[in-house]
Design a protein around this ligand. Structure first.
Ligand code: HAM
Length: 467
């Protein structure tokens, strides 16, 4: 049996109803906050993530699905040149062979080297690439959202998959458009509180920190290096490497034995300069004004290198070890790191898989599944076509959104049709037999109460809609 690859899964009904419910609700929330959808490619050049997310992060160092794209660039180029040989130059076969050899050698020498591509492990770098590529600064402040799959080669467990889904948003634009303002940070956090409440996630915790600007980080990194020097010898191999290359990443360490040492390290808070401190204070002031509760966590650094100033996570108890339902923060230097103009930004990504898992604690997927309003039961030979007519009338353009219609088969005996209607939770069963067709009126039975009425064809929709 061929199974889905490790860390991937099929989402099946009725669970998909919960996914659709979540996506519809978040689209409503994004609309209310004037966010607009962006869709970026599922794969990008590897360099984008190396430069954007950071070479030293676990994501880039260990978890990316990367491949060399030989097919595309090379064979397209090759085919083009072969066409040229064939058509334009009118060469003999022997000459053409020489040409082909010439091109093959060129390929072997790496003249048309393939591009390194990577399945996106996250979407912020792609959005910022698109911002630069399409000069989105012309639009002022961009408020963008996305919903889609991301890929990380992690060890699979509950709430952690190799293909997972994120619902994310980014506010990005020139500083003159207000992109740097703490009001944007607070707006994002308040939006998240609304969104989680709207979909029905209860008891979330917002953990908040400021990771400072690059200058603060340089001072902090130096202090960390010094603090680590006498103790790092006892820590895991990853920490020993990080202590040299990027000490901040030591806080990503999950090794239990290292945690007591990590707890003694200095925190970024003491190193924030005046402007970062003021920015952070204002974010907190606005949050208090709109009554969004938060917990400060000075050790929250996040697993991606691009963050500056505000960093946050929302956690939820139902998730166990993988308890971060979403994460985000400000990335004021990312556009420049990718070769673009200054474009301060802030955003977040919700792990949709985790959001749905948390929801399942309280709301079984069945609760949001839309059941058929009516099961149409053709009774006897030749009745499939009559039932199809009735179904088509009930699925009229103006009723499509209102009625869910299920259509049976004339080969079923009445008992079997009733069983099928019951099993799928239909509200009514509608009998389409010869007598009904002749009378142009149909037996409509309410399954829960057993009440049965005869309804003329033209009144069916109205009657079924009555609930
Ligand atoms: P992140 O913290 O790497 O941030 O991921 C955001 C969320 O995606 C996590 O909190 C988690 O819920 C979910 N997630 C991550 N990895 C997995 C996995 N393997 N399986 C299931 N869920 C997972 C980012 O990706 C940033 N781009 C967020 C951001 C947007 N920052 C600024 N703008």
């Amino acid at each position: 049996m061929i199974k889905s690859p490790r860390g991937t899964r099929d989402l099946l009904p009725p669970d998909t109803a919960l996914w659709n419910f979540v996506e519809a609700a978040v689209r409503d929330v994004f609309r209310a906050y004037n966010f607009h959808e962006i869709r970026t490619p599922i794969f990008e050049s590897t360099e984008l993530f190396a430069r954007g997310v950071g070479e030293e992060t676990d994501i880039v160092a260990k978890e990316m699905f990367t491949w060399e794209d030989r097919g595309g660039a090379q064979s397209e180029e090759f085919a083009r040149l072969l066409d040229l040989v064939e058509e334009k130059l009118g060469l003999s076969i022997a000459d053409a062979r020489d040409q082909i050899k010439f091109f093959k050698d060129a390929i072997a020498l790496g003249k048309w080297k393939g591009q390194s591509l990577t399945l996106r492990p996250e979407n912020t770098a792609g959005v910022v690439r698109a911002y630069i590529e399409h000069k989105l600064w012309d639009r002022g402040l961009n408020k963008l959202f996305y919903i889609g799959p991301q890929f990380r080669r992690e060890r699979p467990q509950k709430g952690r998959y190799r293909q997972f889904y994120q619902i994310g948003a980014e506010i990005i634009g020139p500083a003159a458009a207000g992109s740097q303002s703490p009001a944007r940070d607070a707006e994002i956090l308040e939006l998240l509180a609304t969104l989680l409440d709207r979909v029905g996630i209860k008891n979330w915790t917002l953990e908040l920190n400021s990771v400072g600007c690059p200058a603060d980080r340089a001072r902090f990194n130096e202090a960390l290096r010094q603090a680590l020097e006498p103790v790092v010898g006892k820590m895991c191999a990853d920490c020993q490497r990080r202590a040299v290359t990027n000490p901040l990443r030591v806080f990503d360490c999950k090794v239990p034995e290292d945690q007591p040492t990590i707890a003694t390290l200095p925190t970024i808070t003491q190193f924030l300069d005046e402007s970062c401190r003021a920015h952070y204070e204002e974010v907190k002031n606005i949050l208090s004004a709109v009554h969004i509760p938060y917990v400060e966590n000075p050790r929250l650094v996040r697993g991606l290198d691009y963050y500056q100033k505000t960093a946050f996570e929302f956690t939820h108890g139902a998730l166990g070890a993988q308890n971060a339902i979403l994460g985000g923060g400000r990335y004021d230097g990312l556009s420049e790191a990718l070769g673009g103009p200054a474009a301060p930004g802030i955003g977040f990504a919700i792990g949709e898989d985790r959001l749905v898992l948390s929801l399942m604690e309280t709301a079984p997927a069945e609760a949001v599944v839309r059941k058929p309003d009516v099961y149409i039961a053709p009774l006897g030979a030749g009745m499939n076509r009559e039932a199809a007519r009735v179904a088509r009338e009930l699925r009229r353009h103006d009723l499509v959104a209102d009625l869910v219609i299920e259509l049976g088969d004339e080969s079923f005996r009445l008992k079997k049709s009733f069983e099928a209607a019951d099993k799928m939770g239909a509200r009514y069963i509608l009998i389409v037999g010869e007598n009904e067709v002749a009378a142009d009126a149909f037996a409509l039975k309410h399954l829960a109460s057993g009440e049965q009425v005869t309804v003329p064809r033209g009144k069916l929709a109205q009657r079924i809609l009555q609930k």
